[in-house]
Design a protein around this ligand. Sequence first.
Ligand code: ADP
Length: 509
Amino acid sequence: MDVDAHHAQTDDADRFRALITATSDVVYRMSPDWSQVRLLAGREFVAQATDSGRVWMERDVHPDDRALMQSAIDEAIRDTKPLDLEHRILRSDGTGGWTRSRAVPMLTRDGEIVEWIGTASDVTARKQVESSLREADRRKDELLATLAHELRNPLAPIRNAVHFMKLHALPDEELRGARDIIDRQLQHMIRLVDDLLDVSRITLGQITLRIDRVPLRRALEDALDAVAPAALAAGHELDVQLPPPDIEIAADATRVSQIFQNLLDNAIKYTPQGGRIVLRAERADGHVRVSVSDSGIGIPAERQERIFDFFTRAQPDDGIKTNGLGIGLSLARQLVELHGGRIEVESEGPDRGSVFSVYLPSTAHAAAAEPAPAPAPAKLADAATRRVLVVDDNRDAADSLAMILEMSGTQVAVAYDGAQALVLIEEETPDVVLMDIGMPVMDGYEVARRIRSTPGGERFRLVALTGWGQADDKQRALETGFDEHLTKPVDPAVLAELLASGAARRLSP
Ligand code: ADP
């Protein structure tokens, strides 16, 4: 068929009619100021045909979106430019929906608007899918936060029990071996769970840094200490050049060492037995650059950008077995960016090793170079704690904590709920109360409040032990009358230090 000849026989008006019949959209004509509206096609989708722009606005457009629609129209008229807007409407069947409204002005030669031609497409189904995806995503974040938190609870008593076993000299070498296995795997679990918690905090926007002047060397040493056993076990050579102690960064020390721990962990993990791992730090223009290089399996160019995304991990066909969740690098990147730095990867490809470089602002140039205020002088007397009350509705957690405290010569009473705690605090008059927050019936906040409001109740030293370790959780604990806040599972060494720091709460009478 001769298409051109056929076209010549069809005039523009016919073609226009065919077009608006074929489209599933609503098609309108509007007067230059939109006061007159003429519906051309798609009658069934809107409520009723009307010629009045005002009626159309008040009847078809959702009340909450009218102002938005009106200002988009005003702007389009003022600038003589097309309008394109998604908004809610009332459909002819009385149900609500979403449309995408588009309109183009038809202009005279002088640029005056003659009329508008507009279309409205029903995008309700897409909007519904989008909203259910967003909802699912939000639930996933919440699930992750809850999951990590719940996983932490059983780790606390296990950690205590292992510590207890360490305090008892185990005569049998096999038993010692078994205990050390539990200890190592537990450390691994604690890190995984902590990473999971961090992921959900980052996605929920809840991570806050405690910025301080940090000697870079110290942060790197901490990271190295944590990974040294794994490097040794894998038979890797560690080639480390620590920076001079005077290089300081404005950073959250724990987070910085977490970043390098993740990078070093990966270098160890993704390098076959007996490889070489190099850590270098140098000053660059207003920055410090720390690089972690390995002689391992390398990363193909096309994967290099993606490895920083959450839950991106090695695939089975990469031929390596990993035990990670695919969050280490994304956490590292997020934390680096929170510090105002950046992270880069280079690899010449499979089996050519990888280099991860982290750039962090050094103190002189850092935005947050203000040193954190010096810690308040210890308000605690210098005598060792004699009597402790442990309060936790998780009996294993309470008993195991009591066990390790007793080992170090402390007298311990245990309460499994808030009411019992209030009784024991009267009877036992402990120096320190270590209290779980999330307990049924009467939670830790309530117990603390009651203790503080009874005469003499201000003399006890109250320490909150919780799975929720965010700044505002700490704040809340302090406001309710706690003196300290520790996040579970508590490191026994931290606890020992806290108890050694004194018994009496206040120095003043
Ligand atoms: P995980 O190690 O838990 O899988 P990460 O986020 O730490 O998660 O790393 C994501 C992926 O990036 C890894 O699964 C691995 O494929 C790749 N990767 C990370 N570091 C290295 C490295 N040093 N050498 C080779 N591949 C690496």
